[in-house]
Design a protein around this ligand. Structure first.
Ligand code: 5AD
Ligand code: SF4
Length: 436
């Protein structure tokens, strides 16, 4: 029996890619083990979105070397694509370097590895095919990811993804719906549609569906109770998506719409292709719905040229939108990106200071917003149980964490439970099961 061990970093796309890579390996007769020591093949699925991602990867590869008695080592994902064959120079014990656009060739590459080829690469991004696997080893028993579009055709000035994941390629609506039905038949009730920019989904088959149509159809697959999607680009986020959510209750009332900055000047520098006003129009669509749509975003502070006035504009935007949650980051320089050429880089300590200001502002907003849920009853999908506190861990359709106690003794894992909210903090709600 051939054995493998895999480690994964990065976004949900990457985590889901690993599920498909694992499926492919199992299909090729490998079995998964839980420690690098036990494995013959070590795989490392990497992310290069921020910080010193490359350095961290080489550090970890150095640690892998210690286990390397006749083991094969493969580097996958975004650092693999970005660094390419340079990885062999810096870490000569690596045997395979493969970016996500080449995963379709993984089977062949494994054969090359097994037949003694010491240096195998999959680095072309010149592909039209999404990564479809007959077998996917899904991690969660309740929530299943489905990739609908891979790659990215935008050119945000700070972002490495168009280089690491290649050009956009959508799956056919038929294959997405087939997978959704299989997922429902396997007992999953929640689906999360994935892509670097799901909004630019375009069905390559004759049906020619756009994202709103696909989203609605997935929400109508029998057995599926919740559909989420990530991530969106505001430029391609059309009103039909909001309309679909408003009408179809199986579509979760949560939208993650990364804004990056509240200053139109910085947005232009980032090549985001929208102004603050255009972004706000999309927020207004969501605020005008019958259902209450929770909104989250990504913020970058310290982009080159960001003045205190620009930062103020971002803080003002946070207040205006009243986001339910945000992910905020310090700008970090990435290889190949056009922002490298910009002047007026912000010192690291100043970026740290700005990040803290943004996070403090958002904390106040979340505290205030979450407080408004006290006294309401929310439906939760139960995802876990915290032995230490005796609380079940649930998630609402709006993607809020809701920890709750239950007077009953039933195993609630994977079920949908109505919970009365009794307390609220900035990052979660707490309550008790409404009726047992
Ligand atoms: N520096 C800081 N943050 C970045 N992001 C992407 N690239 C960078 C970068 N170079 C953030 C953006 C994006 C999220 C996934 O990561 O906010 O939406
Ligand atoms: Fe990281 Fe971006 Fe690659 Fe996802 S697409 S793994 S976030 S670099």
């Amino acid at each position: 029996m051939k054995t493998f061990y895999i480690e994964t970093f990065g976004c949900q796309m990457n985590a889901h890619d690993s599920e498909k890579v694992i499926g492919t390996l199992i299909g090729e007769g490998y079995s998964r083990v839980e420690t690098p020591e036990e494995a013959e093949l070590l795989l490392y699925n990497t992310c290069s979105i921020r910080d010193k991602a490359e350095q961290k990867v080489f550090h970890r590869l150095q640690q892998f070397k210690r286990h390397n008695q006749g083991k094969k080592i493969a580097v996958l994902g975004c650092v693999a694509q970005q660094e390419g064959e340079k990885i062999f120079d810096k870490a000569p014990h690596v045997n395979m370097v493969c970016g996500s656009a080449s995963y379709n060739k993984l089977g062949e590459m494994l054969v090359q590895l097994e037949t003694g080829n010491r240096r195998v690469t999959g680095l072309s991004v010149d592909t039209k095919d999404p990564f479809d696997t007959p077998l996917t080893r899904r991690d969660s028993p309740y929530r299943a990811w489905i990739t609908i579009i891979e790659g990215c055709d935008k050119a945000c000035a700070y972002c490495v993804v168009p280089f690491t994941r290649g050009p956009e390629r959508s799956r056919t609506s038929e294959s997405v719906l087939r997978e959704a039905r299989e997922i429902a038949a396997a007992g999953f009730t929640e689906i999360q549609l994935l892509g670097q920019n799901v909004n630019s989904y375009r069905d390559p088959s004759e049906a020619g569906w756009d994202f709103a149509k696909l989203l609605d159809a997935v929400g109508r697959v029998p057995g599926i109770r919740r559909v989420r999607f990530t991530t969106s680009h505001p430029r391609d986020f059309v009103k039909e998506i909001v309309d679909a959510i408003d009408i179809n209750e199986n579509l979760c009332n949560h939208v993650h719409l990364p804004v990056q900055s509240g200053s139109s000047k910085i947005l232009a520098g980032m090549q985001r292709l929208y102004t603050r006003d255009e972004y706000m129009r999309r927020i207004d669509w969501m605020k005008a719905t019958r259902r209450h749509i929770a909104i989250s975003t990504d913020i970058i502070v310290g982009f080159p040229g960001e003045t205190l006035e620009d930062l103020e504009a971002t803080l003002d935007l946070l207040e205006q939108v009243e986001y339910d949650s945000i992910f905020s980051f310090k700008y970090s320089q990435r290889p190949n990106t056009s922002a490298l050429k910009l002047e007026d880089h912000i010192p690291e300590e100043e970026k740290t200071r700005r990040l803290a200001i943004v996070q403090e502002k958002q904390r106040e907003i979340q505290m205030r917003r979450n407080q408004a849920y006290v006294g309401t009853t929310e439906e939760c999908l139960v995802e876990g149980f915290n032995k230490a506190t005796g609380q079940w861990i649930g998630r609402t359709s709006q993607n809020k964490l809701l920890n709750f106690i239950s007077a009953g003794s039933a195993d609630l894992l994977g079920s949908y439970v109505d919970v009365r909210v009794t307390r609220a903090g900035p990052n979660s709600l707490a309550g008790e099961q409404a009726s047992v």
